[in-house]
Structure formats: C-alpha cells, structure tokens
Write a protein that binds this ligand. Structure first.
Ligand code: SAH
Length: 235
C-alpha cells in the first residue's frame, strides 16, 4: 500500500501545487504516494456553509468551528485509521528530519490546514490532533506548511529517490549541516575548486567534507553540536 495523505483545507485547488512537479510529481504519477483533498467547506453549517465564527471571549479574527472540522475529519479518517492526524500550527513542535522520517515510514497522514486565527481547541483535543510547526513565523494558512511537510516526506518514500544515495549524507543526518558542493568549471571568476576535491584521494576527500561539515555547523548551528554532544554522552 502506498503512502496516503488526506488534506483538509478550505482551498483544495492549492493541491497538488508544487507537489505535482519534479520529484514529488513523478512519484505521484507512479503511485508511490497518493493524496485526496477534503473540502472543509462541504461540511459547513447552514445555507451559507459557514465554517468559522467569532472567538469566544472576544478578540480579533475568526476561528474554525469544532463541529464542522470534526465532521470533515471523521469523513476522511474512520476511528480505526492508524495514520497520525496532524494540524499545521505555529504552536506545534517544530518539524525535524527525524519526525519526517517517522512519518515516511508509516501508512500516511491526515493533515488539517488551519486558516484565520486557528481552530477550536475542542476539536484538537477530541480528535487527538498533533500540532506541527514548520518554523517560528506566521503563515496565512496551513496549506503551504502542509506542502512543505509532504515534500519532505515524499522524497524519503521507497523508490522516490531511486538509487540516489544523496539522502544519507544530507544536512541533519548525524545532526550536522552538509559540506559545500562544487562542480564545473574548474575555475570560475578566478576561484578554483578546493584542490583536495580534484585529488582523487577518497579518504582525504571524506575527511575534508567531514571537517567542513563540523566547522559550518559550529558556526551556524551551535545548537545542533550541543544536541549531538548530548547524544554521544548518553551512548
Ligand atoms: N493565531 C494563530 C496563527 C494563525 S495563522 C497563532 O498566533 O498561533 C493561520 C493558520 O496558518 C494556522 O491555523 C496554521 O494552520 C497555519 N500556520 C501559520 N503559521 C504556521 C507555521 N509556522 N507552521 C505551521 N502552520 C502554520
């Protein structure tokens, strides 16, 4: 069975969007993954199919209704659905490559894309939604965040990157950022490719890349180095 994503959104036309192109798009064509959009509007209340209302206690903006969202979730995901139910949310745990790998190893995901001020807390609690953030900034809606999440997952699905081993050396594997890359021409605007890379000495090249990774991570992401040290200390 291939990985299946159910995406609950007020804007179904935003999908597949960029997921229909390139690596993810070819994987979609091959059936390495499938998706459906569930239009939250279809579950709206009354003649005007209302999906949102003013926040209890006052304040700015609108909130997605618990009853409407609850019905949309239940329609897309029966109670025996083993897939994690996610809510894209700036209040969520920041997404990591580790969590992406866990999602990619599963059967799929259900993703709720928020809009307005967010969603009624009761539906988050009652439907056990895991809040996932893609970073410390505010987007206008969860659709772009869901696209980011799915892009990261899909490239890890079996067969999607083919025999390409590049996935195993990338940034965040071993909590290190990746070393710099070079290609032709050998000299560009007076700048040559670092000599070691053209030496043909694979051991030296691997050492150089490792050093570069560590220096770069130390300079840009000392938090990753600290995390790695903690893991090493535990072993
Ligand atoms: N009032 C909310 C922000 C709402 S933004 C707050 O302050 O927490 C509207 C919707 O965009 C959210 O419901 C969520 O689905 C999505 N969104 C915004 N920023 C996001 C982020 N950093 N990561 C994931 N989803 C995000």
């Amino acid at each position: 069975m291939s990985f299946h994503a159910s995406i609950l959104t007020l804007y179904p036309d935003m999908f597949p969007g960029s997921l229909g192109q390139s690596l993810a798009g070819r994987a979609l064509e091959r059936g390495d993954w499938t998706y459906e959009t569930v239009a939250i509007r279809d579950f709206g209340e009354g003649k005007h199919a209302n999906v949102d209302d003013t926040p209890a206690g006052g304040g700015a903006g609108m909130v997605l209704r618990a009853d409407v969202l609850g019905q949309a979730i239940d329609a897309a995901s029966p109670s025996d659905d083993a897939r994690p139910r996610l809510l894209m949310s700036p209040r969520g745990k920041p997404l990591t490559q580790n969590r992406v790998r866990e999602f990619a190893a599963g059967e799929g995901v259900l993703i709720v894309c928020g809009r307005f001020e967010g969603v009624d807390q009761r539906v988050i609690d009652a439907r056990n939604l895991e809040e996932v953030s893609i970073g410390d900034y505010i987007l206008s809606g969860g659709e772009v965040a869901a696209t980011v999440l799915l892009d990261a997952i899909v490239r890890l699905l079996p067969g999607v990157m083919g025999n390409d081993v590049s996935g195993t050396h990338e940034s965040f594997e071993n909590d290190l950022l990746e070393h710099p890359h070079y290609t032709r021409p050998a000299v560009w605007e007076g700048h040559a490719i670092p000599e070691v890379l053209t030496s043909g000495n694979h051991k030296k090249i691997a050492e150089w890349q490792r050093e570069q990774s560590e220096t770069l991570t130390q300079a840009r992401r000392p938090d990753l180095i600290a995390k790695r040290q903690k893991t090493l200390d535990k072993d």
